[in-house]
Design a binder for this molecule. Structure first.
Ligand code: FES
Length: 439
């Protein structure tokens, strides 16, 4: 219920309020959408706050948006390990820079005497929220590596489900606490945009980059001499901003390092009619395959029992993978006590598939961020990134005449008996009525 509020109610309310509020302010209070400049009251610290903050936060936001809008392209790009590591390092460096920038901004507002007079509660709240939000982002990146990858496979589908008005909270409810806080923080910031100086992000003076220079022409030679330095500074600043923008754009493309892939992705190559026919046939085949897969999934879900393996195929060293009713991976073991053990193989951290081999301590490893799960209890090791245990699944054993000879409901002890020496005569199933126990 609380998750539904945080990840469905709050986002919709935040976006709606933001859109209505921004339109209202643009229409009714057009002169109030830029932040009040405080440069003339204090400029020493501002230089070390505003520039790093804006230089760092803009590419971070762009990366978040790109991964959300083009998740497939994003994943294709990050299939390159070099690119993934580069993105991870650049992202963390930018996050730290943004953190420092916003921290200086906040401190400046609190300690600079002349600013205190015009700094209100709203400003402090927004700056504090931004600081916490960026800090959470950095901590997420450090604690849950390869965010570039899992963001596009967990958060992007979640956000798209929200846009389609069919919120699928399954993508986010199992995420680590810190990631959840980062998501909630993002929506809180969206909510605050129309009420705070954050609205200035919609009033960026882009024309500054290309409009003709405007200069004060000093009539008196003394004034001209006095202000020539200022004129040079303005020109230098304009050139700096232009170069920074150009370098930012160029650097982004270069760091992607796959401009050719992008061209191929977006470009429409000239193709012959025969090639087009072949392409359409391939697409049709793929569509049919997708439809068949969906049909298979539905058919599978409607079955009372799904076969996993013959008992003779299972052992206590290496689990056998199978797909459960939810179309998630799971593992089947056979232990010395003579009963099977079925456990979900979908890591409760960020959803990777855990390994199938048991180590000497009876644990299976999730290789993504190194969590070890005890298969008997499902519990992760203390300090692991995963905090929730892997759920066990119920099962039934049938003999060759299709009679159920043993079964186990999730969370209770096995019942029934069978001849263990004739393991090849028995088949193991998951049963629709024995869905995984809740964790
Ligand atoms: S997905 Fe991160 S530990 Fe498994």
């Amino acid at each position: 219920m609380f998750d539904a509020f945080l990840f469905a109610g709050l986002p919709y309310a935040a976006v709606l309020i933001c859109i209505v509020g921004v339109i209202y302010r643009f229409r009714k209070l057009p002169f109030g959408i830029t932040p009040r400049s405080t440069q003339f009251l204090e400029h020493g610290k501002l230089r070390w706050a505003a520039a790093p903050w804006h230089i760092a936060i803009i590419p971070i936001l762009i990366a978040h948006i790109l991964a959300f809008v083009f998740p497939a392209l994003w994943q294709t790009l990050l299939a390159s390990q070099v690119l993934l590591v580069t993105l991870e390092m650049v992202g963390i460096a930018l996050g730290v820079t943004a953190c420092i920038g916003i921290a200086i901004m906040l401190t400046r507002k609190v300690i600079a005497g002349r600013l205190q007079a015009i700094t209100g509660f709203k400003t402090i709240t927004v700056l504090s929220l931004l600081f916490v939000q960026v800090l959470l982002g950095v901590l997420t990146a450090i604690n849950h590596r390869w965010g570039g990858l899992w963001y596009s496979s967990t958060l992007a589908p979640y956000l798209w489900s929200m846009i389609k008005l069919q919120p699928d909270l399954g993508y986010v409810t199992a995420l680590p606490f810190i990631v959840k806080m980062h998501i909630v923080g993002g929506f809180l910031i969206i909510l605050l945009i129309p009420f705070t100086r954050l609205i200035h992000m919609f009033a960026v003076p882009y024309e500054y980059l290309y409009r003709l220079p405007q200069r004060v022409v000093w009539a008196r030679p003394q004034s001209l001499a006095m202000n020539s330095n200022a004129v040079r500074m303005i020109d230098a600043r304009r050139s700096f901003i232009k170069s920074a923008v150009a370098m930012g754009v160029g650097g982004t493309l270069l760091s992607f390092g796959v401009a050719d892939k992008m061209v191929r992705f977006f470009g429409k190559p000239e193709i012959e009619p025969e090639e087009e026919t072949a392409l359409l046939a391939t697409r049709l085949k793929r569509l049919k395959m997708t439809a068949e897969e969906k049909e298979l999934e539905l058919e599978r879900r409607s079955k009372d029992y799904i076969l996993i393996a013959r008992l003779s195929e299972l052992n206590d060293k290496k689990g056998k993978y199978f797909i459960d009713y939810e179309m998630h991976p799971a593992l089947a073991f056979m232990f010395a006590d003579g009963f099977p053990l079925l456990i979900s193989a979908k890591c409760t951290h960020l959803g990777c598939t855990v390994g199938s081999e048991l180590d000497a301590n009876g644990k299976i490893l999730c290789p993504c961020h190194v969590s070890y799960f005890d298969v008997k209890t499902g519990e992760p090791n203390p300090g692991a990134p995963a905090k929730a245990r892997l759920p066990h699944l119920g099962w039934v054993i049938k003999d060759n005449d299709n009679n159920i000879v043993a079964h186990q409901k999730p969370g209770s002890s096995p019942e029934g008996s069978f001849d263990r020496k004739r393991a090849d005569q028995y088949r193991l199933f998951i049963a629709r009525q024995y869905q995984p126990e809740s964790v």
